[in-house]
Design a protein. Structure first.
Length: 386
């Protein structure tokens, strides 16, 4: 894990032209626990613009919480037995890792008003701001407007867009690190950064913070990146990429793709299995019952082979109807009809009886059932069962 007391040194090394692989970055970062970086000024040094109470709580409590959360998430990640569980930890790594890297940069973006705070001298940064925003005042106004418009918590950033070669104002939600741009300076708009002093009036906080913005450090950040871009074959890693949340995310991209591919393959196998089951069901539907030497009510077992292939349609229909008769007889016995009078039993088991009792002509189906019943009785009689 990255030793944050040496964050500035690590940033410089990470911005060198020869990129190291993400895997090597992660391996180097897991050498020790993350620690809370020391402030380059006293807790009361930013007063009256940011109170000592806010700075103390912000640094010792809030930032420390992100450090602890990141250490815990990385420990869980190292012990996670499966890719699925590692991927599930990405949110915690991103949130706590982002909170750690954002605040580590934020403290460097601030300086006492009686020192470098609030002073933007002529130089590359001022020239770039005037080129891209018209004036420094116009830049501050636009920055405040966009940052104050963040719904909930987040960060306002002045970032360098390597594609357009311009400075742009962007915002990120929660503790998301700035990934689309190289961060030049950032302002924390979480309530813990201002509420004890400015209550719910964000504009007052944003107006006041310009008095302690360390433009000298911001310019150093920009020129360092531009220098690396000019000498590197490929653009160097931005500072935001040093967030271990992003490192972890980058590291797991292949694993995530592999995991999603596994899910996709399982889905395909499941679909193929369903198709196979459907085909098997259709085949079973085409199977019939073969004769055996048992009672006619159950003498047609389910044949594992397509026994009906050797039967014509009339024979197949007959077998099916006989099976239906067997089911009715079994149902009659199940309801205790064997204990009733022979007349009642005959009425229920002989499909011709109900119609004859009411003076109606039996239906064709009833006649067939009656014929099948007589054939079954004949079989049993020949076997000595009747």
């Amino acid at each position: 894990m990255l030793n944050t007391t040496m964050l500035s040194h690590t940033l410089t090394k990470a911005l060198r032209p020869a990129r190291i692989s993400v895997a090597r970055q992660f391996a180097a970062a897991t050498a020790s626990l993350h620690t809370l970086p020391e402030l380059p000024y006293a807790y009361n040094a930013l007063e009256p613009h940011i109170s000592q109470e806010i700075m103390t709580l912000h640094h010792q409590k809030h930032h420390q919480t992100y450090v602890n959360g990141l250490n815990a998430a990385e420990e869980s990640y190292a012990k996670a037995p499966s890719i699925k569980e590692k991927i599930a930890l990405q949110a915690a790594l991103k949130f706590n890792g982002g909170g750690h890297i954002n605040h580590s940069l934020f403290w460097k973006n601030l300086a006492p008003a009686n020192g470098d705070g609030g002073k933007l001298s002529d130089g590359p940064l001022k020239q770039a701001i005037e080129k891209d925003f018209g004036s420094v005042d116009a830049f501050k106004k636009e920055f405040n407007t966009k940052t104050a418009a963040i719904q909930g918590s987040g960060w306002g950033w002045l970032g360098y867009n390597s594609s357009t070669k311009t400075l742009e104002i962007v915002t990120t939600a929660n503790q998301d690190p700035l990934l689309s741009h190289t961060p030049i300076l950032g302002v924390d708009i979480w309530e813990h950064a201002f509420y004890l002093q400015y209550k719910n009036v964000k504009p007052d906080y944003l107006n006041a913070i310009w008095n302690v913005i360390n433009f000298k450090e911001a310019e150093k950040q920009m020129t360092s990146y531009l220098t690396q871009c000019a000498t590197a074959a490929t653009p160097p890693l931005s500072a935001g990429l040093l967030s271990l949340a992003l490192v972890e995310y980058k590291k797991e991209k292949r694993s995530l793709k592999k995991y999603l591919k596994q899910i996709h393959l399982k889905s395909l196998r499941s679909m193929q299995s369903n198709v196979g089951n459907s085909q098997l069901y259709e085949a079973n539907e085409q199977r019939t019952y073969k004769a055996s030497e048992v009672d006619p009510r159950s003498r047609y077992e389910f044949a594992p082979e397509n026994a009906h292939n050797d039967l014509d349609s009339k024979q197949f229909t007959k077998l099916t109807d006989q099976r239906s008769l067997g089911n009715r007889l079994a149902s009659a016995e199940q309801h205790g009809l064997d204990n009733t009078s022979n007349k009642q039993k005959e009425t229920i088991t002989d499909p011709l009886k109900p119609a004859q009792m009411h003076g109606n002509e039996p239906s064709k189906g009833a006649k067939i059932d009656a014929e099948l019943k007589r054939e079954d009785e004949e079989i049993l009689r020949n076997k000595g069962k009747i």
